[in-house]
Design a protein around this ligand. Structure first.
Ligand code: NAD
Ligand code: UDP
Ligand code: UDP
Length: 313
């Protein structure tokens, strides 16, 4: 059945893939974005579609509309961007969530929150399951993002308990793919751009910290499946690829796949940088019948092809 769907942060990396997928499935899509880290170029191919509407709006301000479903993705995701104006980052997660939850409550829409593996902080439990409460610094450089997202989860749960809002929470682990911003500072985009330009590959720390990298299409599939679950399942549910790699391994893989002459150099490790991260996805398998299908080499190749088109070398 055709639905009317609101996507906040729809001009960003993940939001643009989600808008595209929802339109391809025959839905009507309204995208809200303030273009802080997103860009119209990510959606330019959708602008002629009469079922797509792009609205410049900041979700820290109220917004009135009638829709069936809301995906709340608005929030800068890369450390350099969320640390640029940390107060605004907290406002986006907290005031933005209040507004979108108030909207969902009034119109009785289902609402999904794009939460993050950062709610686990620098985890002491490995791999991370949803019942782990996390190990988070409340007063560090990452806190605006981590605590903002944690408070957003709290708001979602309380709107559900107090106002019976139909909520869904997904905890997204590191996700990469085409349309990542070339300058957003995240590791996959940094390494690919550096490799294509034959510039030094900047590994922070000694590169022994780990991450689990998920290709964007796998995440979008997981989010759509989560939205489709019955009202009794609210999450939170981990959505990520359990394949775990050190950052040094990633650097070597990117050099190999691009055939680059770039050399690896080491830079200081940023404050509170988590040492290891890997999702336990048993709950997603059980409740969503979902698991990722794109492996790291395959996903990196698609991402490298994208960056070859947009990066001047
Ligand atoms: P992104 O920066 O590309 O997209 C975020 C979008 O939100 C941008 O288009 C930005 O302009 C918009 N935005 C920011 N503040 C806004 C505001 N106040 N009002 C309206 N729009 C606003 O990042 P992304 O990687 O696409 O991430 C999307 C969501 O997924 C974020 O909520 C992020 O926290 C979450 N997430 C992403 C990852 C990942 O690895 N990519 C991991 C965990 C969680
Ligand atoms: N809100 C909105 N759109 C709506 C309904 C509410 O943006 O359609 C915002 C509004 O700013 C409100 C907030 O959501 O302050 C929280 O709404 P709620 O009903 O929970 O609380 P209120 O502040 O109205 O008592
Ligand atoms: N990182 C790196 N070089 C870079 C960018 C990031 O070594 O040019 C490291 C960073 O310190 C972290 C990991 O890669 O350990 C993932 O960083 P990213 O910002 O992509 O995501 P997050 O730390 O939020 O998981």
């Amino acid at each position: 059945m055709k639905k009317k769907v609101l996507v906040t942060g729809g001009a960003g990396f993940l939001g643009s893939h989600l808008c595209e997928r929802l339109l391809n499935e025959g839905n009507e899509v309204i995208c809200l974005d303030n273009y802080f880290t997103g860009q119209k170029e990510n959606l330019i191919h959708l602008l002629n579609n009469p079922y797509f509407e792009l609205v410049r709006h900041d979700i820290t301000m109220p917004f009135y509309i009638e829709v069936d479903e809301i995906y709340n993705l608005a929030c800068p995701a890369s450390p350099i961007h969320y640390q640029y104006n940390p107060i605004k980052t907290v406002k986006t997660s907290v005031m933005g969530s209040v507004n979108m939850l108030g909207l969902a409550k009034r119109i009785k829409a289902k609402i999904l929150q794009a939460s993050t593996s950062e709610v686990y902080g620098d985890p002491e439990v490995h791999p991370q399951t949803e019942d782990y409460w996390g190990h988070v610094n409340p007063v560090g450089r990452r806190s605006c993002y981590d605590e903002g997202k944690r408070c957003a989860e709290t708001l979602f749960v309380d709107y559900h308990l107090q106002n019976k809002v139909r909520i869904k929470i997904v905890r997204i682990f590191n996700t990469y793919g085409p349309r990542m911003h070339p300058n957003d500072g995240r590791v996959v985009s940094n390494f690919i751009v550096q490799a294509l330009k034959n510039e030094d590959i900047t590994v922070y720390g000694d590169g022994s910290q780990t991450r689990s990298f998920q290709y964007c299409d796998d995440l979008i599939e997981g989010m759509i499946r989560m939205m489709a679950t019955g009202d009794d399942f609210t999450g939170p549910v981990n959505i990520g690829n359990p394949g775990e790699f050190t950052i040094l391994e990633l650097a070597e893989k990117v050099i190999q796949l691009t055939g680059s002459r770039a050399k690896i150099i080491f830079k200081p490790l940023p404050q509170d940088d988590p040492m290891q991260r890997r999702p336990d996805i048993s709950l997603a398998k059980e409740k969503l019948d979902w698991e990722p299908v794109v492996n790291l080499d395959e996903g990196l190749e698609k991402t490298i092809d994208y960056f070859k088109k947009i990066v001047r070398v």
